[in-house]
Design a binder for this molecule. Structure first.
Ligand SMILES: *Cc1c(COP(=O)(O)O)cnc(C)c1O
Length: 396
């Protein structure tokens, strides 16, 4: 097989969909008005933003006035957690979240702990699932917010959001979910889920980078995060990134329209990759839930292999994947998610995430299945531990 360029890191970011770029172009060129201006340039930009907001609202089953654009998924997460915490601190100072959240939630919660808030970080089971009973048991009379991610970015596990939503509603606690990875891979309806706040990001769904959105249920008590010129109906200041907002609107529309077809295609490719790896490579462990997982997520631990070495070898073969071990380059800490599902440091370090997208084909999967076994075998041949354990009992 000839050398190819294969991108299987779609949970890190995706390419812009051609139809998204096409809709954005006028707002990067001739239609440059400030949406706050009352002249026709401004009105044109305002109209484009209104349309984008309607598309996002429709995609989430929300009202248009419940959608706020932000500068990223990270900002949406920060705003939801800090905004609710600061606006409700007279009522209580307790927040419930999980050990497997994205750092946009975890580091925000750690910051709030320094500000006097009390945070419960719930455990997950070996598949990365949160038990709704644990959520219920963690609620006390000072609890003001529950934040549980919809789908995990590393291992793909999808949480029982609807069940947690019912508990939150019964106990009158605000409920936020980070749906950045779920969007486009799972059907989302804010009323059905029972969420009060929900974050999404543009670049994870073939939209532009540097744009996100926060759904805020009408009546939710939330402070502003960014103060200034009163854009976004006095909620999020700063002159709007009109082209990115337009791109986000189109990306959400396409994600929702193509959901069924996308999930069918991703499931087919994902299962071919998972089954192929299990067939061809011994001593592997699939991380995440076997069925309650994102259609595009593959995450394996390869015993006796170093994840970074695996990534570099794949890179040399033209395969762009991600290590499950560290999000921040240069960091040697194993992933908090893999540790939370009970992996040892060694096993967590030997992990690989391949996240699929619309750009991937069956040929990509076959190419990976052709290259990966030999790479793993070569790296294991260098491992003294593997030689000791070969033929004997191994931990995975
Ligand atoms: C990517 C990601 C974010 C952050 O979104 P950005 O737009 O990149 O800031 C938050 N949560 C999850 C689960 C993500 O995968």
């Amino acid at each position: 097989m000839e050398k190819r360029r294969i991108y299987v890191d779609n949970s890190a970011t995706t390419p812009i969909h051609p139809q998204v770029l096409e809709e954005m172009m006028p707002y990067l060129t001739e239609s440059y008005g400030n949406p706050s201006s009352i002249h026709f340039f401004g009105r044109e930009a305002r109209k484009a933003m209104d349309k984008a907001r309607e598309r996002v609202a429709l995609g989430l089953g929300a009202k248009t006035e419940e959608i706020y654009f932000t500068g990223s998924g990270t900002e949406a997460d920060n705003w939801a957690v800090k905004g609710v915490a600061f606006a409700n601190k007279k009522k209580g100072n307790h927040i419930i979240t999980t050990k497997i959240e994205h750092h946009a939630i975890l580091h925000t919660c750690e910051y709030l702990e320094k500000q006097g808030f009390d945070v419960t970080y719930l455990d997950v089971d070996e598949y990365g699932l949160v038990n709704p009973d644990d959520v219920e048991n963690a609620i006390n009379d000072r609890t003001i917010l529950i934040s549980v991610m919809f789908a995990n970015n590393e291992i793909g596990t999808i949480q029982p959001i609807e069940e947690i939503g019912k508990i939150a509603k019964e106990r009158a606690v605000y409920f936020h979910t980070d749906a950045v990875q779920a969007m486009g891979n799972v059907d989302i309806n804010v009323d059905k889920l029972g969420v009060d706040l929900l974050s999404i990001s543009g670049h994870k769904i073939m939209g532009p980078k540097g744009i996100g959105a926060l759904y805020v249920r009408k009546g939710t008590r939330i402070d502003n995060l960014i103060h200034g010129g009163a854009q976004e109906r006095k909620r999020r200041s700063g002159t709007e990134n009109v082209a990115a907002v337009v791109g986000m609107g189109k990306a959400v529309q396409l994600a929702v329209e193509n959901l069924d077809q996308h999930v069918r295609k991703m499931t087919y490719l994902r299962d071919a990759l998972i089954d192929g790896i299990k067939e061809r490579i011994p001593h592997v462990r699939l991380n995440g839930h076997p069925s309650q997982r994102l259609a595009n997520n593959v995450n394996f631990s390869f015993e006796f292999v170093e994840g970074e070495a695996l990534l570099l070898s794949l890179d040399m073969e033209g395969i762009a994947a991600s290590s499950g071990s560290a999000c921040t380059s240069g960091s040697l800490d194993p992933s908090h998610v893999l540790l939370a599902i009970g992996l040892s440091h060694e096993t967590a370090h030997g992990s690989l995430r391949m996240s699929l997208g619309e750009i991937n084909t069956r040929e990509d999967i076959d190419y990976i299945l052709d290259k990966l076994p030999a790479i793993v075998e070569k790296l294991r041949a260098l491992s003294p531990l593997f030689k000791q354990c070969e033929g004997g009992k191994v931990s995975v």
